[in-house]
Design a protein around this ligand. Sequence first.
Ligand code: NAD
Length: 484
Amino acid sequence: MVSRVIPVDDFDLVIFGGTGDLARRKILPGLYRRYCSGQMPDQARIIGAARGDHDADEFRSMVRDAIKEFSKKNDCDDDKIEAFLKQLDFVSIDARGDKGWPELKGLMRDGVVKAFYFSVAPSLFGDIAERLHLNEIADAQSRIVVEKPFGRDLESAKALNKDLAKHFEETQIYRIDHYLGKETVQNLMAIRFGNILFEPLWNSQYVDHIQITVAETVGVGGRGEYYDKSGAMRDMVQNHLMQLLCLIAMEPPARFEPDSVRDEKLKVIRALEPVDPHHIVRGQYAATESEADYRTDAGDPRSRTESYVALRAMISNWRWAGTPFYLRTGKKLKARTSEIAVVFKDAPHSIFGPDAGRHRNILSIRVQPNEGITMQVTIKEPGPGGMRLIDVPLDMTFAEALGEEAEDIPDAYERLIMDVIRGNQTLFMRGDEVEAAWAWTDPIIQGWELRNDVPKPYDVGSSGPEDALMMMHRDGRRWREIKE
Ligand code: NAD
């Protein structure tokens, strides 16, 4: 199979925060990969804009190092890297002052797509939007890309939306949730809406429950101070897990177009019931002989921030009434995995008698690593001995099924940046969606803060706190094993 790469239009992309961690780890190596694939036009330009008195050569040298450090080894070809670097420029800029803005204006070309990536702290979003406008650098066709976190509650998200709306239309604003750029997440929509097989069963009549797991093995690392102000609910659930929930639960949009898809996602969020306090567990990883606890990593011996959340979400609409969606995410768990599992109900009657056991169809969608889809089906155990049933996986791992083509699958950031250049907002969050998500999570977080809730400890390398297992147990269900 030969992958088809459709080049995008010529563009000037300005990366505010171009020397920062995210730009070096994800954005710039991602753009380099798109350059190598032939998707980036030869004239396209990438302009780093950040604090610090670097010149363009120093910036290129930093990007060269970043590509070598953060790209896959096979992607690094010295000639290609040098050719890519020629498309880069740099402006030393002060987001809150006057420095650098006239220089930036001087570098921008007319007649090409202009995109501005705000890879800086959200507190600078408003300042940058204002200066782009005042200095007449952005126009009505320009696009801006903003990173998470988009606020820390409903009020701050509204304020951010308002600041951006002073200078940009909603159709110009691309709020990134990189989970939506992942290949398997998009495949989720292809599976649901491209096959006739699943959709008739995709409702409370046939689905017992759904589990969405995003498990990490890493702790808070060097981000302790930032993370401690946020916690798993704000950092993961409000955005990534809720986006996955929306894609699983939404009604079929009329078309795969930005507002059709986002309207349907918004309806799901608005149909979420408040979470019952008995169906939410927060946890914090505890120390082992060899590993520090969360509080040490976060630098606050009394921290009550959660590094783990498990909860049961219920959607009040015709399709999903009565079907629980169990969401969980945590750090320092036993394996790194992101999985969505649709657990179907038992067959209404077993013709094989009580000895055949309980068997269930489960559709599991692995978002990462080892992206793929598995359908658990029940078959007869081979050989003599009567009708004994076993469950076997019908497994489709993308790397195996697609061969070399899987190697060329762009990572989430690459894909999303190219979508910005193409002007396609389908995989970006709309302002009202983000606000609705905060409106659902805010009361949960406020409840914890009011009660001064202490997260339950869990062992590093475990599946999470005991209470989360009990929560499922009380519902007569079991979490799926966390494994790679
Ligand atoms: P960082 O601290 O590593 O980099 C910040 C960048 O902003 C630097 O290039 C710095 O020069 C620039 N900057 C700071 N103040 C400035 C000013 N006044 N004027 C002009 N430039 C200024 O931050 P980061 O980790 O790259 O994160 C950037 C954004 O992306 C943040 O909103 C963060 O929450 C978000 N984000 C980061 C990650 C990640 O893995 N690093 C992941 C998801 C989201």
